[in-house]
Design a protein around this ligand. Sequence first.
Ligand code: FES
Length: 64
Amino acid sequence: MAEQPVTIKTNPGGPFMVSGEFTLHDTEGNSVKHSGRAALCRCGASAKKPLCDGAHGRIGFEKE
Ligand code: FES
């Protein structure tokens, strides 16, 4: 089966949406394999970094 290419889409005022099969390495040395979609925090306010927890909406993050 062919590998799915990883794509990253920027959402204005929201997270990076990553699709495909990839491994996410966090700052504590943990690695988690993902398959499908994941939302990565771009605003810096998430309590679940590197994943988005919706905090961008509460803080009014507006970056393009
Ligand atoms: S982008 Fe969603 S919490 Fe930061």
